[in-house]
Design a protein around this ligand. Structure first.
Ligand SMILES: Cc1cc2nc3c(=O)[nH]c(=O)nc-3n(C[C@H](O)[C@H](O)[C@H](O)COP(=O)(O)OP(=O)(O)OC[C@H]3O[C@@H](n4cnc5c(N)ncnc54)[C@H](O)[C@@H]3O)c2cc1C
Ligand SMILES: *[C@@H]1O[C@H](CO)[C@@H](O)[C@H](O)[C@H]1NC(C)=O
Ligand SMILES: *[C@@H]1O[C@H](CO)[C@@H](O)[C@H](O)[C@H]1NC(C)=O
Ligand SMILES: *[C@@H]1O[C@H](CO)[C@@H](O)[C@H](O)[C@H]1NC(C)=O
Ligand SMILES: *[C@@H]1O[C@H](CO)[C@@H](O)[C@H](O)[C@H]1NC(C)=O
Length: 641
């Protein structure tokens, strides 16, 4: 653990960190400085959306990372281009502001407390037809670092077979497991596990990890007793142990590492990339409203982007920023399709009624939305079993913060054990036969032949379908009881057959788009989630987890029959926060939006670098995927592809 440093040394560290990192200006604080920079610099690349940054918080000792930064994929691609040569002029425009000093961002155990605050876009879905017509909360980071600043810090990677199906949908082996693995590693700085409070020893495969990237991946020193219980109960029920959820073989349960800087146990997120790019210019508080195009097409008949227009958040002045080479959209699965549509790229049937003329007819924009739908069973813990619920008590919180300042205790924890189950891991023979029927193409007309084929391939290769995880706090569907501690067990469907969309409903760029994930559109999704909910009830009644559990709070004993479980599933289904697919990397004729080099079809120089390009979902948390896409994008761009 870090010893307290003399303040002079801290000051020196802070100066060198500032000198070595990107320049961050805020359009809402000093627009004059931003305008001066825009007119003084001829930018080659503009990246829209910057997700990641960090800085010292009041609540932890100042130290390692002292600079704010941007969004997940956007910051990573911008930093890598900028880093390649001092003469590369790269501008990042991010709507949110720096999250520096926000303890809810920095402290792992406080993850989730930022949801619904100023650093969150706080979207809601359209009313979900198959889920009680509820509008479901959909957080997304509105801060430098984007959703990587708000997420639950879990680090995993897809199954190798999923990455290969993605490559085949893309029509390019560049995106296969083998070929993308170096880019996953490039983002990562992995630290092997030390000891933890439950004396559990996480297994890992050293060769799967990177050790020189900006994003720290490590194991917390605090392991909740209920987390050990969850892991061991799953093993007792026959779930295999996974060696490492980063290795491409992710079947089974494993203690997964988290994106945490082990030197001070603070969140490691995309802002770390600012440290490798001293020439990068980042403007925060700048919401991009459209891409600007040249009046004429190029010789290939493609439209040519000249730059973007943005507004300082809260203001009404329109500012034009020019880019001599490319505009790179990294606004995420929600806002990348929104910006394409606002700029005239999309389905004329959506654009025309809003008075937007179609520059590129591309009906795939905003379609093919896929998420990981989730349900959460909640259990009351016996008195004295530690959980984050206890931090409601100011005395307990103060003690936990004091521990955290020493690099230990419950606030260093993140989601730790995760299980990835195949169908056969939680379904019996007759249930597997039901899956065949409910999952048939005839029962899922929403799937194109290509998308249906992709899911068939994945099932035949035995990739995980269901993720199970435990949360060491009330994470249920209503309200926690006062002075009660909980463990929440989530089942998250990794290969939903439902398909949704995200489209603008207004030409006003500041109006949020309509988000319709179409949860439970496929009956198979409801069936699988209801079965997994029942399985989690079994996990909680299996020792050793059962030894910590007092009683089931949700859904509670009234829910027993198959029908009751499915009804309950419809009443509580929500997001695991992993939307993808609204600018899919696949053939234009199959609804694709970007080519394998990430360029938007019909454009000469607009690329998408974020989770919206993923054509079919993967059994993994998604931040590592966002980083890998960004690292790959930088390599494509710098090699002239
Ligand atoms: C609550 C939550 C928990 C999660 N937990 C995990 C986890 O534990 N592990 C994991 O791996 N993944 C997790 N994820 C998912 C992961 O964080 C995301 O998949 C990843 O960050 C997506 O990266 P992105 O670059 O596609 O988009 P984002 O990170 O969302 O970045 C988009 C950026 O663009 C900006 N932007 C949008 N529109 C505009 C505009 N018009 N002008 C300027 N800027 C704009 C946004 O403000 C944002 O900064 C979680 C996500 C959430 C929300
Ligand atoms: C804003 O930036 C300009 C140009 O960099 C600078 O001269 C001015 O002092 C700044 N204004 C404020 C209020 O910081
Ligand atoms: C951006 O380009 C437009 C059109 O070419 C030009 O009028 C404008 O002055 C440029 N803006 C800057 C800041 O260079
Ligand atoms: C499979 O599980 C169901 C409950 O979902 C049960 O009714 C059925 O008897 C089981 N079938 C077999 C073959 O065990
Ligand atoms: C919760 O615990 C606190 C402190 O132990 C106590 O003051 C309070 O009355 C309790 N509240 C309830 C509703 O039991």
């Amino acid at each position: 653990m870090r010893a307290p440093l003399p303040s002079l040394l801290l000051a020196l560290l802070s100066i060198s960190a500032t000198l070595g990192s990107a320049r961050v200006l805020d359009a809402t604080v000093n627009l004059t400085a931003v305008l001066d920079t825009l007119s003084a610099t001829s930018f080659e690349y503009i990246v829209v959306g910057g997700g990641n940054g960090a800085s010292p918080s009041r609540l932890r000792p100042a130290g390692s990372r002292l600079t704010p930064s941007l969004h997940a994929a956007g910051l990573a691609v911008a930093a890598r281009i900028s880093q390649s040569s001092p003469s590369r002029k790269v501008l990042v425009l991010e709507a949110g502001q720096s999250g520096a000093g926000n303890p809810g961002i920095d402290i792992p155990g406080l993850a989730g407390t930022t949801l619904g605050t100023a650093v969150d876009w706080s979207f809601f879905t359209a009313p979900q037809e198959q889920a009680g017509t509820r509008s479901i909360f959909w957080p997304r980071g509105k801060v430098l670092g984007g959703s990587s600043a708000l997420n639950f810090l879990v680090s995993t990677r897809p199954n190798a077979a999923e990455q290969d199906v993605w490559a085949s949908l893309a029509g390019s082996s560049a995106w296969s497991w083998q070929n993308l693995l170096p880019f996953y590693k490039k983002a990562e700085h992995f630290f092997a596990p030390g000891t933890n409070t439950e004396n559990e020893v996480p297994t890992f495969t050293a060769s799967a990890h990177g050790t020189t990237g900006p994003i720290d991946v490590s194991y917390p020193p605090y392991l909740a007793p209920s987390f050990r219980g969850f892991f061991q109960s799953l093993r007792a029920l026959g779930v295999p142990a996974a060696q490492d959820l980063h290795s491409g073989n992710n079947v089974g349960v494993n203690y997964a590492p988290s994106t945490i800087d082990p030197s001070d146990r603070s969140r490691s997120y995309s802002v770390e990339y600012l440290q490798v790019a001293p020439n990068l210019v980042v403007v925060t508080g700048a919401q991009v409203t459209k891409i600007n195009f040249a009046g004429t097409k190029d010789t290939a008949g493609d439209v040519v982007a000249r730059g973007v227009t943005f507004v300082p958040v809260g203001g009404d002045q329109k500012v034009v920023a020019n880019a001599s080479r490319e505009v790179i959209l990294s606004a995420g699965t929600v806002q990348t399709p929104q910006l394409l549509e606002l700029s005239g790229i999309g389905d004329p049937a959506i654009l025309n009624p809003l008075g937007i003329s179609t520059l590129v007819n591309l009906p795939g924009v905003g379609a093919n939305l896929q998420d990981h739908p989730a349900i959460v069973d909640v259990f009351r813990l016996k008195p004295g079993v530690p959980s984050l619920d206890q931090l409601q008590d100011p005395v307990v919180l103060a003690a936990a913060l004091a521990d955290y300042a020493q690099g230990r205790g419950i606030l260093t924890e993140a989601l730790f054990p995760l299980a990835y189950l195949r169908l056969s891991d939680f379904l019996n023979a007759s249930e597997l036969a039901q899956v065949e029927t409910l999952g048939s193409q005839a029962n899922n007309p929403q799937l194109s032949a290509q998308q249906y084929g992709a899911s068939q391939t994945l099932w035949s290769k035995n990739v995980p379908v269901m993720e199970l995880l435990s949360v060491n706090v009330y994470f249920g569907n209503g309200e926690a009881e006062p002075n009660q501690s909980y463990v929440s067990l989530a089942a998250c469907l990794q290969h939903s057959l439902s398909r949704g969309s995200i489209h603008i409903t207004s030409s006003d760029p500041l109006a949020p788009p309509a988000i319709d994930p179409n949860y439970l559109q496929s009956q198979l999704d409801t069936f699988l989630l209801a079965k997994a909910g029942q399985y989690l009830r079994r996990v909680a009644t299996q020792s050793p987890l059962a030894d910590f559990v007092e009683s089931e709070a949700e859904p509670g004993p009234a829910v027993q029959s198959e029908q009751q479980w499915e009804d309950w599933t419809r009443s509580v289904v929500r997001t695991e926060y992993h939307p993808i697919g609204t600018a899919s990397m696949t053939a234009r004729a199959n609804g694709g939006v970007v080519a394998p080099n990430l360029k938007v079809y019909g454009t000469a120089n607009v690329r998408v670098v974020d989770m919206s390009v993923v054509p079919v979902h993967v059994s993994s948390h998604t931040q590592t995927v966002a980083y890998a896409i960004a690292e790959k994008a930088a390599s494509l761009i710098l090699s002239g592809a």
